[in-house]
Write a protein that binds this ligand. Structure first.
Ligand code: SF4
Ligand code: SF4
Length: 471
């Protein structure tokens, strides 16, 4: 690659130097209207993220993902592994929504809502600016010898980063094992629950590593969503974009000189101040076009708007716009691809809502006891089953009875009627006895009803075995 091309095309990423070593990015502290809006949005989302495991709805945690005990609460509604089909449909809805959203609005989620960006740019980076100062001071500190000032600033920063990572780990744990459990562990004292403390420290180490060292590389190297941009975006997608028509003019970007007539000279509105590059947390130059590393954080919009104000040009040289908008002045239109995604999304949402409404309060599973065949008397045949009830509601279900719907016969639930505690699971044994005259084959399908206080609350099916010749 010759040096002339190097000015225009790039074949490297900003976070790795020519020798292949990590290049740390020291972005300039952003300021401007988008940064102010983002700060407000971030604080609201941070509050929701931290509070969600501690909020209770009818006694249920607002959000719980207890994979260890297979308990899930979404917006306070309990879900069980038996509701796995709902999870699959929810995931499909999310994927189609993300595709549709990304095709229209590009990577807006990354800059405004992604927890990685929020913690990195609005929490850890702010601490860094507070302790080490803005970009130039951080670069100077990084280059200088390990003197008293550097040790003091770096150690203070690392301690605060560690504390924040520890707090994030506790919140993360509250999502997994439940906030009540976490609060109990805290009041019991950490050494009462050493294994949990070790897990917490491992999580803390991971978060510390991500936010203190790995940083923007999560977005560039690890995040699958970021890597999908290449196939999701087209020239109609709205992104943070540089208006190259206006910025480059006929004779390209040039530094601003006093008294010059840029229109006559054919220079664009970009004065090549590189402020947009210096504020970029992933170290890219947005003037090279839409790039995989761009998280749409809008920092370059704010930086460029400030320069445009100072230079007497109109704002918006870098703005939210599609390539077609910039190049052909074509505004956003709903095309066939977007209509197709919208139809699929509407259908999936419809299926999900219907299934949520049809979801039973009680899930009953009745299976024949393994290794057992059947008992036969003169007139009847008896099968033995294991029965499992799951109460998915937030109230106790009382006086549960099991009755045959499809056949005449008797059902004996060991222990008689029973109550199932809210969000509880109850297992037991069940005998079903049917008159031989009512059976027509050696393997009969039975429809069984589950009743609470005499009211049918769930139906289920099972097999009933008998001899090859019934009568
Ligand atoms: S190019 Fe602009 S929007 Fe994209 S990451 Fe860099 S500063 Fe943020
Ligand atoms: S901040 Fe604006 S004017 Fe300055 S280099 Fe970037 S695009 Fe050009």
């Amino acid at each position: 690659m010759n040096t002339e091309n190097k000015e225009i095309f790039r074949d490297t990423i900003a976070t790795i130097d020519d020798s292949g070593k990590r290049n740390f990015i020291f972005p300039k502290k952003p300021k401007g209207r988008f940064y102010n809006y983002r700060t407000i949005v971030s604080w609201v989302l941070l509050a929701i993220m931290v509070a969600s495991p501690f909020i209770k709805v009818k006694g249920n945690q607002f959000l719980l993902f207890n994979v260890l005990e297979r308990k899930f609460h979404i917006f306070g509604f309990p879900f069980w592994p038996q509701d796995f089909h709902l999870l699959v449909i929810s995931l499909l809805v999310s994927v189609v929504f993300i595709i549709l959203f990304t095709v229209i609005f590009g990577r807006i989620f990354c800059g405004w809502m992604c927890p990685q960006t929020i913690f990195m740019e609005m929490v850890f980076r702010k601490v860094e600016y507070l302790i080490e100062g803005d970009r130039s001071k951080q670069i100077k500190l990084d280059k200088q010898e390990w003197n008293a000032e550097k040790i003091r600033k770096r150690v203070l920063k690392w301690i605060i980063f560690f504390i924040i990572s520890f707090v994030i780990s506790n919140v993360f744990l509250a999502y997994i094992i439940g906030s009540d459990q976490v609060l109990r562990y805290i009041t019991d004292g950490p050494f009462e629950h050493l294994s949990t403390l070790i897990y917490l420290l491992v999580f803390t180490g991971v978060f510390y590593f991500i936010f203190a060292w790995f940083r923007e590389q999560v977005c560039i190297i690890v995040c699958p969503y970021g890597r999908l941009q290449g196939v999701l975006l087209d020239n109609k997608s709205i992104n943070v974009a540089y208006d190259f028509v206006r910025g480059e003019g006929d004779n390209g970007r040039k530094k601003l000189r006093k008294g010059e007539n840029r229109d006559e000279l054919g220079h664009g509105d970009c004065i090549d101040c590189k402020q947009c590059v210096q504020v970029c947390p992933t170290g890219i130059d947005i003037r090279n076009g839409t790039q995989l590393e761009c998280i749409n954080c809008t920092a370059c919009i704010d930086a460029c708007d400030e320069i445009m104000d100072k230079s007497g040009f109109d704002r918006g040289l870098i703005r939210y716009a599609s390539e077609d908008d910039i190049e052909k002045n074509e505004k956003f239109k709903f095309n066939a691809r977007l209509i197709a995604y919208s139809v699929i999304l509407t259908i999936l949402v419809g299926v999900l809502v219907t299934m949520l409404f049809l979801r039973n309060d009680v899930e009953a599973t009745i299976l024949r006891l393994p290794g057992q065949t059947f008992q036969s008397t003169e007139t009847t045949i008896k099968n033995v089953y294991t029965v499992k009830f799951i109460n998915k509601t937030t109230r106790d279900i009382e006086n549960v009875e099991v009755k045959l719907i499809s056949h005449e016969g008797t059902v004996e639930l060991i222990g008689g009627t029973s109550n199932i505690k809210k969000q509880g699971l109850k297992e037991g044994t069940l005998f079903i006895e049917i008159n031989k005259n009512d059976l027509s084959s050696s393997k009969e399908k039975l429809e069984i009803g589950i009743y609470s206080n005499g009211e049918l609350i769930e139906t289920t099916a099972t097999n009933f075995m008998g001899p090859l010749k019934i009568k």
